[in-house]
Write a protein of this length. Sequence first.
Length: 551
Amino acid sequence: MRLPGATQSAARLEFDRLGRRIGVTSRGGHRECGRIATHSLPIKWLERIPGTQVKNAFDDARRNAPLSCAIQETPHRRLQRLTMTLQDSPSILIAMSSSTGHVNGSLGVADRLRTAGYKVIYLGSSKIEATVVRQGFDFRYAPYLESIPVPFGFRHRPAWPTQGLFRYLSETRAKSTQARRDVQKLLQDLPEYSRQVDELIQDTRPSLLIFSPFVLLFYILFHKHGIPAATLSTKPLLDKDPLVPPYLAHHIPDDSVQSRARVEFEWLWCAAKYRLWEMYEQLMSGMSYRGLAAAMAKPCSFPIESEWATRPVLFDLKFRSLPELVLHARELDLPRKKPLSKQVHYLGPNVHIQRRDDTFAWEEIAPRGKLIYCSFSTVLHPKAIATHTRFFRELLRAMAGRPEDTLILSLGPALSREALSPIPGNVHVFPRVPQLEVLEKADLFITHGGSNSVKEAISVGVPMLVYPGRADQPGLSARVVRLGLGERGDVHLATAADIARLMDRVLGEPKYRAELAKAQDIVRAYDARNTTAETIRQLIASRQGPSPQAP
């Protein structure tokens, strides 16, 4: 029996209620109750659905059920019927890297697919299990997804020696030795990993595979099953265009000759750096990313030569026949000259507004005046610690000059409160905060410009002051400024006076909130059209992906 999304959700809630009534829990693994085997399901999946809506949806499910299911509707019989209903839900496997940004960025997609009636199963390392399970999704551990650092070579990227040449050379040699061992072990373990994938597919029978680009390399192990697949990009679209620089660039483009020349230079510079990186990977690991993909492809009969379509950015991996799901609104991206590939699907930001997070203790801070919220990346490279510490000190100096306003500062795990002393009385410092809850009350968001942060600010209509660092942050900051959603500064050079001037501008001019209101309307339209679920339905029907080849 296949039910629509709302009814599926009601069935899950009723399943848990009945399970508790007759002594069946929904934690971990399969449980037996008499002759009924039940699947593990989170108990709190639908706390936010009104009770009357749940009852109506479940009554609808009961009316549509076969007559044999409605006879003698005891709790055990009803639980058995609900088990059958949930087992029949089409499943989607999401293979996810351990990157916090990628995991958080995917949760909104997973939530919309769950609402549409799909069973969403995350596949990943043990690092993401707690986050995924907390949001009520199934999780399967995949050791192969943590067999090598991703992106490939990321662990041993070059750095200038800071503690003596001899120590630097010794550490570099140790990294190279370990990298070569990891690569060889991965290739040796491919038969075992392939067997694990076969068992996973047999157990879950997914209708679609979705891969984070960081772990797309391992799609090679899955392709022989002929299941439709796609990549999920939390970053702006990286396809080359004469009007759009790569998202690594700070350049804000226009249609001038000078801008086009700058865009072309940025792409050439990107390609040159990528080529150098490939050479460095070859030196350190014994093979480049493409070389590793080719070594994995041969025993798996994967057509790597025709499929390789990776763009010249370290964080990217792309196979030609796999559709790319972009978690941004096309209308909020930079305008392009070339038409979009048919493989590109903009799903909208897909912010997980209802995600479960810690509750913020507002009574402890009693905010007054304008509420300013500042948070930079949760994942901080050691080299950036000094830069961020200096910036936060300048920000605190700026706040000392506006005692009528309040700052909430989320430091992240790598920085300490003590390093910022003295802290003004209108500044409240925390290791982390529930970002969406704070943003909903904020008047200004000072951010590093990460993809999730920018999309969350747009979703709640908060103007931004962006101080970009690396990866896609420069490109996203360019989009923020071009769209009139905020301003940006230089995290390396910012002074208290500079920060105060930009805060005054963004807080004082209504044009930023006016443009944000337009952006919010665009974003809401994606959900109103049910873009994510409809796109996934079409991908499943199209069965896109490289055809399995005989070995």
